[in-house]
Design a protein. Structure first.
Length: 114
């Protein structure tokens, strides 16, 4: 079995987290340390739980996948808020949403296959 770090869902969430981290640099000071931090923490939580799901027994995978999906939703809400507050440019916003939607579909497929 391959390592979870090589799984497409892990890579997409990792890349989206990296994109958020780069975008956070241009946030205003107050939003960088509040909203930006919240988005990054949700992304880190999603990655952590994806790793957990990849390394646990079958009966523990579904709860872990559900937690990863929840973290992705929290990330999406934070990204939407950052865009609405004009902290995140339209282009980057759309790229991030597309990445997170794709990751969510992958997690849903993984959950169904168990």
């Amino acid at each position: 079995m391959s390592l979870i770090h090589e799984a497409p869902v892990f890579q997409i969430v990792y890349d989206s987290l990296k994109e958020v981290h780069l975008a956070r640099r241009s946030f205003s000071k107050s939003e960088k340390y509040m909203l930006g931090e919240m988005i990054e923490q949700a992304g880190l939580k999603a990655l952590t739980v994806i790793i957990e799901a990849g390394q646990t027994k079958r009966e523990w995978k579904i709860p872990a996948i559900d937690r990863a999906q929840l973290s992705l939703e929290q990330m999406k809400v934070g990204i939407r808020l950052a865009h609405d507050l004009q902290e995140l440019p339209e282009r980057r916003y759309l790229i991030l949403l597309e990445m997170l939607d794709k990751a969510g579909r992958m997690l849903g497929g993984w959950r169904k296959s168990i």
